[in-house]
Design a protein around this ligand. Structure first.
Ligand SMILES: Cc1ncc(COP(=O)(O)O)c(C=O)c1O
Length: 359
């Protein structure tokens, strides 16, 4: 008997081939649900067959977006073990998002147990091919039924899983990004630090315009002066100028990325000069012009690192490292993926093995 009641599906779905996986399209056979009601707290954790959630049209989340989520991965190592990467930090960040969104926090141990139990139930869904993984999407939505704007008194936690393909099927590949002088993503005092639906809604128009201009991603500048770098798409940004690696500080407008934190720790371990400081787009463009801009990359769970080959701003493009992946970017990718798949040792204890019987 495990920690949570489990109702198993009687109609398991066919699993896609590892080669056919993309991001977030395939969903596994089960999901984890748990309810919150004021006065009662979080209750009724359970694993049930994956399926639609029915909602009254007046449910508050559908109108006012009181919703949080997170995203982390489980990896099947060559030793057959399934490992979660930095589950504790993701669970803690989920609660940070909850606080910002006026939602009740969840017990971190229950969040972690939900990760392990559901992955164990759907362990056959963790793909095998190198570079593939199982993406976990914990979410909380407000479920009050009423049209007034205020924090809800009832919530639903759900966790769903999606097997995902390798982000880089042909090796790490640099992208072309556009620093936007028209769209902003977040301002201090707003929601930028939370992983909440509204931030992704706020990024759609900027992304559409960047794509129309021939770029892959938007580099957002601060919302007040439109001067300092914030984030790139759904990644944190890092820049190597001369012998310094710079990344914008956690000052209220950007997500505290788990990959950002991991990359900073590794680079400090390696004795590199790493600064968390404001950096202006002008400083980056100038470094691009004078040849001191050595590397630039985004960090995030989806890609681990995403090298920037071209940076555009106000009609000017700078090409970085000849449009090739830089050596530090590649080293970070190799080191982090080595830890995730259990190929290299894990000095900071970032991975946790999912016991096959966790459910
Ligand atoms: C807006 C935003 N910034 C940064 C990140 C990178 O965070 P992490 O490294 O925890 O995936 C993400 C993705 O989760 C994101 O959505």
């Amino acid at each position: 008997m495990g920690l949570f009641p489990i109702t198993r599906t009687t109609t398991p779905k066919p699993k896609p081939a590892d080669d056919a996986l993309s991001f977030g399209k395939a969903l596994t056979d089960h999901m984890f649900l748990m309810n919150y009601d004021e006065g009662k707290g979080w209750h009724s954790p359970r694993i049930v067959p994956y399926g639609p959630i029915s909602m009254d049209p007046a449910t508050t989340v559908l109108h006012y977006g009181q919703a949080i989520f997170d995203g982390l991965k489980a990896f099947r190592g060559s030793d057959g073990q399934i490992r979660l990467f930095r589950a504790q930090r993701h669970a803690e960040r989920f609660n940070t998002s909850a606080k910002i969104m006026c939602m009740p926090e969840l017990p971190v141990d229950v969040i972690r147990q939900s990760f392990e139990a559901l992955v164990a139930v759907d362990q056959e869904w963790v793909p095998h091919k190198p570079g593939t993984s199982l993406y976990l999407r914990p979410t909380v939505i407000a479920t009050d039924v009423m049209l007034g704007v205020h924090p809800a008194h009832s919530y639903l936690y759900f966790l769903i899983l999606s097997p995902v393909g390798s982000y880089y099927k042909e090796g790490v590949k640099p992208v072309k990004i556009l620093a936007s002088d028209t769209h902003v993503r977040a301002v201090k005092g707003g929601l930028g630090e939370a992983k909440t639906a509204a931030n992704y809604a706020a990024s759609l128009a900027g992304q559409r315009d960047a794509e129309a201009a021939g770029y892959t991603q938007v580099l957002y500048l601060d919302g007040v002066q439109r001067k300092f770098l914030d984030e790139v798409g759904t990644m944190n940004i890092m820049i190597r100028i001369g012998d310094e690696v710079i990344t914008p500080p956690l000052a209220g407008t950007i997500l505290d990325g788990v990959t950002r934190n991991s990359a900073l720790q590794l680079m400090r371990d390696w004795g590199l000069r790493v600064s968390e400081r404001p950096i202006s787009i002008e400083e980056v463009m100038q470094a691009g012009r004078d040849g001191t801009l050595r590397e630039m990359w985004g960090t995030g769970t989806a890609a681990v690192v995403s090298p920037v080959g071209t940076l555009g701003y106000k009609g000017e493009n700078v090409v970085i490292n000849g449009g090739e992946t830089g050596e530090l970017t590649q080293k970070l990718y190799d080191t982090i993926t080595g830890i995730q798949y259990g190929r290299s040792n894990d000095p900071h204890g970032w991975t946790s093995v999912v016991p096959a019987e966790a459910a």
